[in-house]
Design a protein around this ligand. Structure first.
Ligand code: HEM
Length: 533
C-alpha cells in the first residue's frame, strides 16, 4: 500500500514535473516570440519612418504607444522628448498619433490655428456632451459656441463681478463656521477637499444664483459628484459604455437640467415689474438672443449653466489648493500678503480689517501675483488638443540642426499644445521650477501679447508670442479668467487674513502633482496645518 502510494506519488511528481517543464518551455517560447514581434515592431518604426513628418517617439506596445510615460508625468515626457526631437514630434496615444508642438511658436500654431484646419469639438465632444447636455459648447457648430461664449462672457460684467465679492466673503465665513475641519484655534485640513467644497459653494452662489446655492448643501452635491465622474479619460473614446458610473452620470445630468429648467420657468412666472435683486447668469441668459433673433431655449440655458459650473470648478479648486500649499510652504510670503492687506486696506475700528470689495482685491498686488505665479507652475490643463482637418505644414528646428525644416502633419493626426512647457522653461523664466510670486515684479513684460482678435465673443489677446498662457489662446480661450482671478484672489486674501498656514508635520515641500485626473491637482493626501491669527 505504502509502495503503491509511493509509486503513484513518484509518477504524479514526474508527470507534474514534465507538465511544468512543458509549460515552462511554452512560456519561454511565448516570451521569445513576443520579444521578436516587439523588436520587429521597433525595427519597422525606424525603417518606415516618414521623413517629411515629425519624428515619432519609439514605442514597444502597439496601440498603447507612449500612453504610460505621457500619463504618468506629461511634462517630464514633453521635456525629455523636446531635448531629443525639438519642439515638434509625434507620439502614439491609444492608437492615435498625437503631434506635439511646443514653444511659443507651437502654442500659436495650435491655439490660433484656422477653423478649417483644426477642430476642438471632435476631440472633446464625447467627453463633454453627456456631462453638459446637448446643443451647447462642443455639441454645436463653432459659430454657435462663439455666440454662447459671448453670452457667458458678457454676463460676467464688472457690475456682476463687483456684486460677487460680498457673496464670496459670505460663503467663506459660512464655510469656516460649518466645516468640522476649521473648528477651534488650530488644526489640519485636507486642502484639496476643503478647496473643492469652498470653490463650489462660492461659484454656485454667484454664477448659479440664489435658488441653486442651497441645493449644494443637499441634493446637488451628490448629483454634481456623479456628473463629475463622467469626466474620466476612458470617456474620451467610449462615453456610451453601459457602466454604472455612466448611468449615474446620465441620471445626474437629466435631474440637474430639469432643476434649472424649473428655476427658469418659475422666474418667467414672476410678477411683472418685480425688481431684479440679483445679477446672476440665469437672468442674463434668459435675456440673450442668438444672431438669428431666437432666444436661447430653456434646455440650452440649463445645459450652459451645467457647462459653466463644470468648466470652472476643477481649475479653480485645483489652483486654490496649490495656493494654500505654496503659502504653507512659504510662511514668509503669507506674512507679506498679510502686511499688504494691513498697508493697503488698513485695520478697521474693531481691530479687524473691514470687508473686502472688488476694487480692493484689485489693489492687492502681491495677492494677485501669488495667483499668477501659481497658475504658471500648476496650470490644471496640461494638454490642449485639436483634430487636424486639413493637411498642415509646420516649420521647426531639430536640436542638432541649425537650419529650420518643414514637417507635414496629415489629417488623422491630433495636435497637442502644452503652454505649461514654455511657462516652465528657463528660456523664459529664470529658475523656472521655483515658486516665486515676486518674479513678476521684475518680469512685467511677459504677458499675453498685444495683438487682439475678435472670434465672436469680444476682443481677446492672441497670445501668439507669450510663454504664459494658463487660460489658453485663440477662439477657445477661457472666458472665466476674470471670475477665476477674483474668486482665487478673494480666497487667498481671506485665508491669509484669518490663518497662519504651514505644511503638515514632517513635510518639507508641497506634494507632487496628480496627473491621473483630467485636470491636474495636488496628489492626496495634501494636508496643511492652520492656526487662527
Ligand atoms: C483657474 C481657473 C481656470 C483656468 C486655468 C482655465 C483654463 C482654461 C483653458 C486653458 C481653456 C482653453 C481650452 C482649450 O483651448 O481647449 C479654457 C476654456 C474655457 N474656460 Fe476656463 N479656466 C479657468 C476657469 C474658468 C471659469 C471660472 C470658467 C467659467 C466661469 C471657465 C470657462 C471656460 C470656457 C467656457 C472655456 C471655453 C472652451 C472653448 O471655447 O472651447 N473657465 N479655460
Amino acid at each position: 500500500m505504502a509502495l503503491a502510494f509511493s509509486l503513484s506519488k513518484d509518477f504524479a511528481v514526474s508527470a507534474i514535473g514534465s507538465m511544468t517543464s512543458k509549460a515552462a518551455l511554452l512560456g519561454v517560447e511565448a516570451i521569445v516570440l513576443i520579444t521578436v514581434i516587439l523588436a520587429l515592431h521597433m525595427v519597422i518604426q525606424f525603417l518606415f519612418a516618414k521623413k517629411d513628418e515629425p519624428p515619432v517617439v519609439p514605442y514597444w506596445m502597439p496601440f498603447i504607444g507612449s500612453a504610460i510615460a505621457y500619463g504618468q508625468d506629461p511634462y517630464a515626457f514633453f521635456f525629455r522628448c523636446r531635448q531629443k526631437y525639438g519642439d515638434v514630434f509625434s507620439f502614439i496615444l491609444l492608437g492615435k498619433k498625437m503631434t506635439v508642438c511646443l514653444g511659443t511658436q507651437g502654442n500659436d500654431f495650435v491655439l490660433n490655428g484656422r477653423l478649417q484646419d483644426v477642430n476642438a469639438e471632435e476631440i472633446y465632444k464625447n467627453l463633454t456632451t453627456p456631462v453638459f447636455g446637448s446643443g451647447v459648447v462642443y455639441d454645436c457648430s463653432n459659430a454657435i459656441l462663439m455666440e454662447q461664449k459671448k453670452f457667458l462672457k458678457f454676463g460676467l460684467t464688472t457690475e456682476a463681478l463687483q456684486s460677487y465679492v460680498p457673496l464670496f466673503e459670505g460663503e467663506f465665513y459660512d464655510f469656516l463656521s460649518h466645516s468640522p475641519a476649521f473648528q477651534g484655534f488650530e488644526g489640519s485640513i485636507c486642502v484639496t477637499k476643503a478647496m473643492a467644497e469652498l470653490t463650489i459653494f462660492m461659484a454656485s452662489r454667484t454664477l448659479q444664483g440664489k435658488e441653486v446655492r442651497p441645493k449644494f448643501d443637499s441634493t446637488f452635491a451628490e448629483l454634481y459628484h456623479d456628473l463629475d465622474m463622467g469626466f474620466t479619460p476612458v470617456n474620451f473614446m467610449m462615453p456610451w459604455l453601459p457602466l454604472p458610473a455612466n448611468r449615474r452620470r446620465d441620471h445626474a445630468q437629466h435631474t440637474l437640467a430639469n432643476t434649472y429648467i424649473e428655476i427658469i420657468k418659475a422666474r418667467r412666472n414672476l410678477e411683472e415689474g418685480q425688481p431684479l435683486t440679483e445679477n446672476d447668469m440665469i437672468w442674463h441668459l434668459m435675456s440673450c438672443r442668438y444672431k438669428n433673433g431666437n432666444p436661447i431655449p430653456d434646455q440650452q440655458i440649463a445645459h450652459m449653466m451645467i457647462a459653466l459650473l463644470m468648466a470652472g470648478q476643477h481649475s479653480s479648486s485645483s489652483i486654490a489648493s496649490w495656493i494654500m500649499l505654496r503659502l504653507a510652504s512659504r510662511p514668509d510670503i503669507a506674512e507679506e500678503l498679510y502686511q499688504e492687506q494691513v498697508r493697503v486696506l488698513g485695520p478697521s475700528d474693531k481691530g479687524q480689517m473691514k470687508r473686502l470689495t472688488y476694487e480692493e482685491i484689485g489693489l492687492l498686488n502681491l495677492n494677485s501675483l501669488v495667483v499668477k505665479e501659481t497658475l504658471r507652475l500648476h496650470a490644471p490643463i496640461h494638454s490642449i488638443m485639436r483634430a487636424v482637418k486639413l493637411p498642415l505644414t509646420v516649420q521647426t528646428n531639430k536640436p542638432s540642426e541649425l537650419e529650420s525644416r518643414l514637417y507635414n502633419i496629415p489629417t488623422p493626426h491630433v495636435l497637442l499644445s502644452a503652454p505649461g512647457v514654455t511657462a516652465q522653461s528657463s528660456a523664459h523664466f529664470a529658475n523656472p521650477s521655483s515658486w516665486d510670486p515676486h518674479r513678476w515684479e521684475a518680469q512685467p513684460t511677459v504677458k499675453d501679447g498685444d495683438e487682439k482678435v475678435d472670434y465672436g465673443y469680444g476682443l481677446v489677446t492672441k497670445g501668439a508670442s507669450s510663454p504664459y498662457l494658463p487660460f489658453g489662446a485663440g477662439r477657445h480661450r477661457c472666458i472665466g479668467e476674470q471670475f477665476a482671478y477674483l474668486q482665487l484672489g478673494t480666497i487667498t486674501a481671506l485665508m491669509v487674513r484669518q490663518f497662519k498656514l504651514r505644511l503638515a508635520d514632517g513635510e518639507t515641500d508641497v506634494p507632487k502633482t496628480n496627473y491621473m485626473s483630467l485636470f491636474t491637482r495636488p496628489l492626496d493626501p495634501a494636508i496643511i496645518r492652520w492656526e487662527s491669527r
